[in-house]
Design a binder for this molecule. Structure first.
Ligand code: F6R
Length: 609
């Protein structure tokens, strides 16, 4: 989730580029850079770290010129460094590119280009685009861009600049946001509206497959074959704060809605083309080595710990390896039984949680091999672990974790399938079936997000209750834990999750008339037993909101309300059932007037013990 800006006009470009990048600062990033054309040359300055270090770097000698592009990087391919920071150039320095997204086929393109003599300087996937442009360029910049776009696979918003064509910037979009701001004798490009909102409110919001040819006095929108497209000007009427949230009222809601993309990005490049298995080539371990562990420990905090519980289920069920899960603050003081035959998986969105980092170091000290699942490239946990798998959720800003959780589940599922292949514990047909269902998950999450009205109604009706209970069995219980944490942290309602079968061992005493019970009932092997537990709480006059898979008619006979999610394999359904629970927590917090994005007493990244 990088940030992009571009300027073409009569004024100096660099003040806008820096200002635009500053407006994208709230999203977090690890390096930044700008490129400005002047007098037949393009000067590029980049710096790892905060934008202020880039500003310091160029302060003494500002970049002159009225055409330029800029970028803040959220690392994907290649660690944060000056070299990996954008913009990137071809061998000749004639073409300069900034990019947000992932070029899936960059390795094969890179090989091809190296064979032709191109010299690469960074570890990024983006650099390949600049060299490809140089390779296909035949005097016509626009044509060369179309040719590049026809060769690259993946997701992108791209801006191209050439010193041979200083009258134009060309940008293209697929699956990542891109907007062109319309000025007077000047035009702007940005990945996000906050970057341009101080300059203009008249914009073209590019759609997938659209290309903009941006000149000082004109903007032409075309498709990937160069055919002009009629596009309506969109006038932005958000204030700066709403613009940062992409028009959503809160980052939490924005991030809930980003889940289809986050999940898709996390799967990207990790599924074999024929759908017969998972590719985790990024793990630097051989299959033999990965298959040699006799025990797995998953260690994390909060939401990441809840993802770990689902991870345990996946690995045990699919790969038949014993898995223990522990909260990091307990693990490190437990004198845990881990040794060189143990794989310790630490999970952390931020990659900076102090307890998780300490647990990781302790595991290494005890001789275990360590694998980190994290969202932040170059974070402390990513650097410390033996191996890393990244969730590609993009920056998560709201304190309450949402898209990190679903992307962690995706990684665990893929890792479990990968280990199952090594251990030979699954039939190939079952692997294919699960992978084809996995691919449908992003669209199914989108479907789950389409009708939020019933959830808003429940939140209004029950948002003032003192206590809410969540129940479920098997994977439903794991999701119940996450649902109750979400409600607690953003709405301050006392919420508890119980394994349904445990209710009668104490908690049932708390179930009285009118107490809301959120009951998840999606796991077929324990479905009848779950229904019995629902009847138990109904008999105490609880109000039951059931969560079930589409086609389940049975639950509505016992529950007061039922929220249906699309049908899928019961292993994958946590990715769908958690979504209404996140929304319920969000709207309950709204009903109660809570500060959703910054709940009291909580911090996004807990770097103290
Ligand atoms: C809950 C939440 C926290 C984090 C926990 C771990 O919504 O955000 O429980 O999950 O603090 O943080 P990371 O994943 O950054 O290690």
């Amino acid at each position: 989730m990088c940030g992009i800006v571009g300027y073409i006009g009569e004024k100096p470009a660099s003040p806008f580029l820096i200002e635009g990048l500053t407006k994208l600062e709230y999203r977090g990033y690890d390096s930044a850079g700008i490129a400005v054309y002047n007098d037949g040359n393009i000067r590029i300055e980049k710096s790892v770290g905060r934008l202020s270090s880039l500003v310091e770097k160029i302060d003494g000698e500002p970049l002159k010129g009225c055409l330029g592009i800029g970028h803040t990087r959220w690392a994907t391919h290649g660690r944060p460094s000056d070299l990996n920071a954008h913009p990137h150039t071809d061998c000749s320095g004639d073409f300069v590119v900034v990019h947000n997204g992932i070029i899936e086929n960059y390795l094969s393109l890179k090989e091809e280009l190296i064979e032709k003599g191109h010299q690469f300087h960074s570890e990024t996937d983006t650099e390949v685009v600049a060299h490809l442009l140089e390779d296909v360029y035949d005097g016509d910049f626009e044509e060369a861009v179309y040719s590049v776009l026809s060769r690259i696979e993946g997701s992108y918003s791209l801006v191209f600049m050439s010193k041979k064509h200083p009258d134009v910037l060309i940008c293209a979009k697929k699956e990542n946001p891109l907007v062109v701001g319309l000025g007077d004798g000047e035009n702007f490009i940005a990945s996000d509206i906050p970057a341009i909102i101080n300059k203009t409110r008249r914009t073209f919001i590019l759609g997938d497959g659209e290309i903009a040819i941006v000149k000082r006095d004109s903007v032409a929108i075309k498709n990937r074959r160069g055919v002009p497209i009629e596009k309506k000007v969109f006038t932005v009427n958000w204030n700066a704060e709403a613009a940062e949230k992409g028009g959503y009222e809160h980052f939490m809601l924005k991030e809930i809605h980003e889940q289809p993309k986050a999940v898709k990005d996390t799967m990207r490049e990790r599924i074999k083309k024929d759908g017969s298995g998972v590719l985790l080539g990024e793990l630097g371990w051989t299959s033999k080595f990965l298959g040699s562990f006799n025990k797995v420990y998953i260690v994390a905090c909060g939401t990441a710990y809840h993802a770990g519980l689902v991870g345990k289920f996946y690995i045990e069920k699919l790969a038949r390896i014993l898995v223990e899960v522990d909260v990091a603050s307990e693990f490190r003081y437990r004198n845990p039984i881990v040794d060189k035959n143990t794989l310790v998986i630490v999970v952390s969105q931020s990659g900076e949680t102090s307890d998780t980092l300490a647990a990781l170091k302790e595991s290494k000290r005890l001789g275990a091999k360590t694998l980190a699942l994290t969202n932040v490239v170059g974070s402390s946990i990513a650097r410390e672990a033996d191996q890393v798998l990244y969730t590609w959720a993009g920056p998560e800003i709201a304190v309450a974790s949402t898209k990190a959780y679903t992307t962690q589940l995706i990684l665990f599922f893929m890792l479990a399938l990968y280990m199952a292949e090594i251990k030979n514990t699954l039939q190939p047909a079952r692997v294919k079936e699960l992978i084809s269902l996995l691919k449908k998950v992003p669209a199914q999450i989108s479907e789950t997000l389409t009708d939020v009205e019933p959830i808003k109604t429940f939140a209004k009706r029950y948002g003032f209750n003192e206590d809410v209970f969540y129940i479920g069995r098997s994977l439903d219980y794991d999701v119940a834990l996450e649902g109750s944490l979400k409600l607690k942290e953003v709405s301050y309602i006392h919420a508890e999750a119980y394994a349904s079968g445990e209710l009668k061992h104490g908690t049932l005493a708390l179930i009285v008339e009118g107490v809301p019970v959120i009951a998840l009932a999606t796991q077929k092997s324990v479905y009848e037993k779950t229904l019995s537990n629902i009847k138990e709480v109904k008999a105490r006059d609880a109000v039951v909101i059931g969560i079930a898979a589409e086609g389940d008619e049975e639950l509505s006979k016992y529950a007061d309300h039922v929220i249906h999610v699309p049908e899928t394999d019961e292993l994958l359904i946590p990715l769908l059932t958690v979504v209404p629970l996140q929304l319920l927590a969000y709207y309950a917090a709204i009903t109660r007037g809570c500060d959703v994005d910054k709940p009291r007493n909580l911090a996004k990244s807990v770097t103290v013990e």
